[in-house]
Write a protein that binds this ligand. Structure first.
Ligand code: ZN
Length: 261
């Protein structure tokens, strides 16, 4: 299993990251992509990937929530960060009209500048899309990135069809484990082409209520990726091994990750 999206730079992991990584390894997680959400967290993501060698990779980017807070030189700094050999994608980038923590115009500007950057440095893009009613899809169609993953997909069927048409990858999180919130996603997941399917925890977020009760914690972590895979297998009516194998192969192809033999 490869967790393609974990916010391991989050301060809830400061005290026991070593244990979190060990638990992930014990559960069969072979690699984790640590997501950057602003300049500082992106630097920290690279530092973690540097420290943990082959087990972690990093993305560097500005999450739409943080679009209002960028400094004037943010794009140059981000471009410098992309030169690290541990960086496998630019992002999180995108639009979030659910929470609107940043103004929409700032979100759009910062998103598009990162799409330009990713094309310039030839890295895949890692996209966050929440309640944008097709706007993220429209922007992506204009920029046509060579490699794109829409992480934590929670959109509608038109958006999914659009992303699939553009040959983008789709990241599925524990959203699918949630009976109420995940209902729409559960109906859609069998339409994702098996060679475009990626799995992720989005830790420490998105541990479903059901799992939270069973595990006695609200903090999600990469070791729980198996629950996402189990639900995907259930709703695609296939063995879990099919999801596990395909998602590992897809993640290696997408991020250019080489697993140690
Ligand atoms: Zn996100």
């Amino acid at each position: 299993m490869i967790d393609i999206g974990a916010n391991l730079t989050n301060s809830v992991f400061t005290d026991d990251l070593g244990e979190v990584l060990n638990r992930a390894k014990r559960e069969g997680v072979q690699h984790i992509v640590v997501t950057g959400t602003n300049i500082q967290e992106s630097q920290y993501a690279i530092a973690l990937a540097t420290k943990h060698g082959a087990y972690l990779s990093a993305t560097v980017g500005i999450h739409p929530h943080n679009a209002d807070d960028v400094k004037s030189d943010w794009l140059d700094t981000l471009e410098e960060l992309t030169s690290s050999p541990h960086v496998v994608a630019v992002g999180e980038m995108g639009l979030d009209f659910c929470r609107n923590y940043s103004g929409r115009d700032a979100q759009r500007q910062v998103f598009e500048a990162q799409l330009d950057l990713a094309a310039r440095v030839e890295l895949p893009v890692f996209v966050h899309d929440r309640d944008t009613d097709g706007e993220v899809l429209a922007v992506l169609r204009r920029y046509a990135p060579t490699k794109c993953v829409v992480h934590c997909f929670t959109g509608n069927s038109d958006e999914l069809d659009g992303f699939i048409e553009e040959d983008f990858y789709i990241g599925v999180t524990g959203w699918i484990c949630d009976e109420r919130r995940g209902e729409g996603l559960r109906r859609l997941v069998d339409r994702i082409p098996i060679d475009r399917l990626l799995v992720e925890t989005d830790a420490p977020y998105l541990l479903s209520r059901t799992m939270s009760k069973v595990l006695g914690t609200r903090r999600n972590e990469p070791a729980y990726l198996k629950f996402v895979i189990a639900e995907l297998a259930r709703f695609r009516r296939c063995p879990e091994s099919v999801i596990r194998d395909a998602s590992v192969e897809n993640a290696c192809r997408f991020f250019d990750i080489e697993l140690p033999v």
